[in-house]
Write a protein that binds this ligand. Structure first.
Ligand SMILES: [Zn+2]
Length: 292
């Protein structure tokens, strides 16, 4: 099944929902970064959240950065996404792993750590980017994002994210949803949604059973008349290029480039998001000095 995201709304405009299937996207990230099983789950949950949050932006030039910086052995997780379903990300220590929990589940909370912050940076093409921040609550990502929405955005939201890692450590199923309660919703409707969410299967189980995002929307909000507003294909994709890396080197300034030439004689830059290597010879670096 292809990865995609749907955006849905009830007919009264009081419930907005985003549901994503992200199995292939998370598997592509796992292969790129060679992550441990727990790091696959941590990165995969955050990628799923990042691609959903990116889809909430209006313009194709808008860029969302989601950063989860806990004090666990995994280190910081970075996600960059746009509103077109393209997402990339990495975790500082992809090989870090922790023992599973007593219930057999991967201990994402321990890998991420409970002390730290969630930061979102939205570059909407304005003078200053929009920055929101909140504290990590459990390190399990979904709870942390629900807390982020409540405190930083004053937007009551239910967040569910899941990654099922197979015995051969590949990704068996991944996906997630964010439900946003909009002004005008009744307490009765909120109770209904909470009741459903407390008894429903984990999202990764539903994806593993072959349920589509539309099926999942039906399971979680079947009591409401929901309509799918749009559908976006999701792809793990890095947009780095030699030209972009050149601009990064140029931005270091004359002195720093001169230091690199004197100390190393050449430069090798590795993209964090896709591990592509870019090599620059002494001659090329000298040319940057002329242009700088
Ligand atoms: Zn790259």
């Amino acid at each position: 099944m292809k990865d995609y995201l749907i955006r849905g709304m009830d007919k009264h405009g009081r419930i907005r929902v985003f549901v994503a299937s992200t199995t292939k996207m998370v598997e592509d990230a796992r292969r790129t970064h060679n992550t441990s099983p727990t790091a696959t789950a941590a990165l995969g949950r955050t990628l799923t959240a990042g691609v959903i949050m990116g889809s909430m932006m209006k313009n194709s030039q808008d860029v969302l950065t989601l950063k989860i910086a806990g004090d666990g052995p995994g280190g910081t997780i970075y996600i960059v996404s746009k509103n077109n379903g393209r997402v990339k990300g990495y975790i500082d220590n992809p090989s870090a792993d922790v023992p599973s929990r007593e219930d057999g589940k991967l201990d994402v909370g321990k890998l991420v750590g409970k002390n730290g912050t969630i930061t979102t940076i939205m570059d909407l093409g304005l003078k200053d980017p929009y920055v929101g921040q909140s504290n990590i609550v459990t390190g399990e990502i979904a709870e942390d994002l629900a807390n982020y929405y409540a405190y930083s955005e004053q937007q009551p939201s239910a967040v569910s994210l899941g990654v099922l890692v197979d015995r051969d450590i590949s990704v068996k199923a991944a996906g997630g949803y964010i439900i946003q309660l909009l002004p005008g919703i009744s307490d009765e409707d909120i109770d209904k949604i909470e009741n459903t969410l407390s008894s429903i299967e984990p999202v990764s189980t539903m994806i593993d059973k072959g349920l589509s995002p539309e099926d999942i929307m039906d399971r979680i909000l079947g009591d409401f008349q929901m309509e799918v507003l749009d559908k976006t294909d999701l792809i793990y994709q890095c947009d780095c290029s030699r030209e972009k890396i050149e601009r990064v080197i140029m931005s270091l300034g004359r002195e720093e480039i001169q230091n690199i030439i004197e100390e190393d004689g050449e430069a090798e830059v590795v993209c964090h998001f896709c591990n592509s290597k870019y090599k620059f010879s002494k001659e090329e670096l000298l040319e940057f000095l002329i242009d700088n």
